[in-house]
Design a binder for this molecule. Sequence first.
Ligand SMILES: Nc1ncnc2c1ncn2[C@@H]1O[C@H](COP(=O)(O)OP(=O)(O)OP(=O)(O)O)[C@@H](O)[C@H]1O
Ligand SMILES: [Mg+2]
Length: 350
Amino acid sequence: MITTTDLTKVYRTRDREVTALDGVNLHVAEGEVFGVIGRSGAGKSSLIRCVNLLERPTSGTVTVAGEDLTALAPTGRADGGRPSAALRRARSRIGMIFQHFNLLSSRTVQGNVELPLEILGVPRRDRARRALELLDLVGLADKARVHPGQLSGGQKQRVGIARALAGDPKVLLSDEATSALDPETTRSVLRLLRDLNRELGLTVLLITHEMDVVKSVCDSAALMRGGRVVESGRVDDLLATPGSELAAELFPVGGEPVTAGGTVVDVTFHGSATAQPVISQLARTYNIDISILGAAMDTVSGRQIGRMRIELPGRYEDNVVPIGFLRERGLTVDVPTAADAERLTEEVVK
Ligand SMILES: Nc1ncnc2c1ncn2[C@@H]1O[C@H](COP(=O)(O)OP(=O)(O)OP(=O)(O)O)[C@@H](O)[C@H]1O
Ligand SMILES: [Mg+2]
């Protein structure tokens, strides 16, 4: 539904250049909620602004719903420097919500939702009907006539969402839409996005720096650093990928080794494996003592996942068979310091 190819964005100011995007290849499938996460300055906002051409990419392409937006004329000849008609039409198929809502305080709630419809030239009566339908959809049917100043943050963001849906978009972009909200309100806004995704088949690309947001609503996620996507995929696949940074951040397990000579192993349980007594089977089968150093259980996109950091007695080489036992039972096994462990054992052997 959304594909970027080798997307770069270089901001040029008078005395310097900043490369905000450095060859981003992203693929968001139709109907999924896709989260992009990364530290401040990683390029997340630049990416989302390039996806709807609010910002023109320096190079690379952006395709949304099969249309190459970067190939559309940036400005129309008859439009006096404004975005071309083709670009405006394509953009109306992409809804966007913002961290600070960007509502017009002089207009009523209904007036705010009608704004994009006015720009599209929709007749007054149709505009009003559509706006009221959308306000009903986001649970604000009774607030049509009030001004944004009289609403709570969560209600303002619902108006922002209704406005974003006015052009009947296929895609909704969200840049930190919940970071100005308290945790309870965040949950209700995320639930609304999830419902809209399911009921309208809306594809959602959201930017966040909160792992909890990814955990609660995203089907897929990407991690950005220094203008690049360093990891991406479906959340359940990432959790099953040894060494995945996103998995480790979604599921920090912590826990320090208790003995110097042991082997620390991170185990991820998903699917039917969560219900099996694998650790006690392991202890009995190999007659070994297992220390549990840290553990976390959580629900990720509606599925239960567990992660555990355990310590097995002895060096890494002595534990190849028990580790194989865990893998055979469908668990993802990650030896966080395998390289170090191997190097150390080599030194010891020498
Ligand atoms: N209009 C601009 N002109 C010059 N530099 C910019 C501009 N917009 C962003 N940058 C720079 O580009 C880099 C990426 O910025 P961007 O806003 O995309 O990051 P971000 O991941 O959204 O960060 P945050 O989490 O703080 O919102 C930063 O170094 C930023 O200073
Ligand atoms: Mg940003």
